[in-house]
Design a protein around this ligand. Structure first.
Ligand SMILES: *Cc1c(COP(=O)(O)O)cnc(C)c1O
Length: 440
C-alpha cells in the first residue's frame, strides 16, 4: 500500500481532533474505537492543563504520577533545551556522555546506601524486566540448579510487559487474559493495611513458610514498598521492610523494590524504603524521574549483584535498549532531581498531605464510600463498587480538576508544587466525583 504524505490539515477545534483520535489512535487499556472520547490537551503549565476547548483544569494525577514539580518547570525546560542543542541522542553501546554519568552518580547518591550501579531503561516496565534479568542471572552464579521463579505480593502492579505482567496480581490485575503464557511465579498475600500498623506475626509466618518451601527455586522477592499503586492504592507499614530484608537474607533470595511509583518523594520519604532505612539488592525507579518530561527509568543494584552477574555464565547483563540512557531524558532527570536536592519537596509533600487529609474528610460521609486514606501526596477514596468513570470524571471537571479513577478508586497524586487552594480544589473534586459515581 502506498503511503501518501498528506498536507497537515488545519485542526479547527477539539471536536475534529477527537474524531480523528477516535478513528486512528489507541489509548491505554482501551478499545478501538474508544468507548468514550479522550479530552484534547493543548498546553500544560505548572499544575494546569489547558484543554483544546479552552477549559483550564488542575492535573490532579500529575499525569500518571510523573509531573511532581508541575508541568514545564523552567529548570527542566532549560536543561532539555540545552541538551537538544548539543546532542539529543547517541547510542550507549561503547559510548557514554555526561548526562548519563552525572545522573547515575546522582541516583547512587540519592538512593538507599549500598546501591552503586545503574542500568538505564526506557520505561518503568522495562526497568522491571531488567531487574528480573539481574535477579535471575545473579542467582545462576555458583549453583548447579539456578532459581527460575520470583515471589510477589497479591494486589501488586509492576508494568505491562510480559516479565512485569507475570508479577502483577494474578487475579484482580489487568493481565489475566495472558495468564496461560506467563511464567508462574509465587504470590504472598499483601501485608495488612495501614502505614502505621504494627507487624502482624501471622503474615510474617505465612511469608516465611512460602520462602522456606520455595527458597531454592526463588531468585527474588519483588514488592512495591509501602504503597501498592495501580494494583489498588493500598498502603502498608514500612515496618514490614526490615522483616522482608531479613527473611530474604536468611533464605538467600534477593529483595527487589519497585519504587517506580513511590520514588522521589511521593510517600513523604525520598524513597519508600527510606521510611525503614532498608536497602534492597535491586531497585527500580521511573515515573517522576524526569519530572514528567519524558520517559526514563532505571534499575539500580548493589556491587554484590553486579559481581555475581559478571562472574557468571556470559559475564554480562544481557539487555541494551536502542535508546538506552537517552541524553535528553537524562538531562531532564538530572534537572528534575536538582529540584529535590534542596529538600523543599519534603515541606511541600507534607503540606499536600495536610490539605488532602482535611479536604477528603467529607468523603467519609458520602454514600458508597468504603475507605478514605492519605499518605504523603497520595489521596484515595475507595468506593464499595466500581467507579462510574464518566460520571466521576465529569463531576471533577466541573470543579476544574482532571481525575482518572479506576476500578473502585477515585484518587489523586497532586504535583508537589500545588498551592493549598489548589489542593483544596482537588479534594473537593475527588469528593464530588465519589458522590457523582454513587448517584449515577
Ligand atoms: C507505572 C508503574 C510501572 C510501569 O512503568 P511504565 O513506565 O508505565 O512502564 C511499574 N511499577 C510500578 C510500581 C508502577 O507504578
Amino acid at each position: 500500500m502506498a503511503i501518501h504524505r498528506q498536507a497537515p490539515r488545519p485542526v479547527t477545534g477539539s471536536a475534529e481532533l477527537q474524531a480523528l483520535d477516535r478513528r486512528h489512535v489507541w489509548h491505554p487499556y482501551g478499545a478501538m474505537p474508544a468507548a468514550t472520547p479522550a479530552l484534547a490537551v493543548e498546553r500544560a503549565e505548572g499544575v494546569h492543563l489547558t484543554l483544546a476547548d479552552g477549559r483550564r483544569v488542575i492535573d490532579a494525577m500529575s499525569s500518571w504520577w510523573c509531573a511532581c514539580h508541575g508541568h514545564r518547570h523552567p529548570h527542566i525546560q532549560a536543561a532539555v533545551a540545552a541538551q537538544l542543542e548539543r546532542m539529543p541522542h547517541v547510542m550507549f553501546g561503547g559510548l557514554t556522555h555526561e548526562p548519563a554519568v552525572r545522573l547515575a552518580e546522582r541516583l547512587v547518591a540519592l538512593a538507599p546506601d549500598g546501591l552503586e550501579h545503574v542500568f538505564f531503561a526506557d520505561s518503568g516496565s522495562v526497568s522491571v524486566e531488567v531487574a528480573i534479568k539481574m535477579a535471575l542471572q545473579a542467582g545462576r552464579t555458583g549453583t548447579s540448579s539456578p532459581p527460575t521463579r520470583l515471589l510477589a505480593l497479591r494486589g501488586g502492579y509492576h508494568g505491562d510487559t510480559f516479565g512485569a505482567m507475570a508479577l502483577c496480581d494474578p487475579v484482580g490485575g489487568m493481565h489475566h487474559l495472558y495468564a496461560d503464557v506467563l511464567p508462574r511465579h509465587l504470590f504472598a498475600t499483601r501485608p495488612p493495611p495501614g502505614f502505621a500498623a504494627a507487624v502482624d506475626p501471622a503474615w510474617v509466618a505465612e511469608l516465611e513458610r512460602l520462602l522456606e518451601r520455595h527458597a531454592t527455586e526463588l531468585a527474588a522477592v519483588v514488592v512495591e514498598p509501602v504503597v501498592q499503586g495501580a494494583g489498588g492504592m493500598w498502603f502498608w507499614s514500612p515496618a514490614y521492610l526490615p522483616v522482608l530484608r531479613e527473611l530474604c537474607d536468611r533464605h538467600g533470595v534477593l529483595l527487589v523494590l519497585d519504587e517506580i511509583a513511590t520514588g522521589f518523594g511521593r510517600t513523604g520519604a525520598l524513597f519508600a524504603a527510606d521510611h525503614a532505612g532498608v536497602t534492597p539488592d535491586i531497585m527500580c525507579v521511573g515515573k517522576a524521574l524526569t519530572g514528567g518530561t519524558m520517559t526514563l527509568a532505571a534499575a539500580l543494584c548493589t556491587p554484590a549483584v553486579a559481581q555475581a552477574i559478571t562472574a557468571g555464565e556470559g559475564g554480562a547483563l544481557m539487555h541494551g535498549p536502542t535508546f538506552m540512557a537517552n541524553p535528553l531524558a537524562c538531562a531532564a532527570a538530572l534537572a528534575s532531581t536538582d529540584l529535590l536536592l534542596d529538600g523543599s519537596w519534603e515541606g511541600r509533600v507534607a503540606q499536600v498531605e495536610r490539605g488532602l487529609r482535611e479536604g477528603l474528610e467529607p468523603a467519609r460521609a458520602v454514600d458508597g464510600v468504603a475507605d478514605v486514606r492519605v499518605l504523603g501526596a497520595i489521596g484515595v477514596v475507595q468506593l464499595d463498587g466500581p467507579v462510574d468513570v464518566p460520571a466521576a470524571t465529569a463531576a471533577a471537571l466541573a470543579e476544574g480538576v482532571w481525575l482518572r479513577p479506576f476500578r473502585d478508586l477515585v484518587y489523586t497524586m497532586p504535583p508537589f508544587v500545588s498551592a493549598p487552594g489548589e489542593v483544596a480544589a482537588i479534594a473537593r473534586a475527588v469528593v464530588a466525583a465519589a458522590r457523582a459515581s454513587a448517584a449515577a
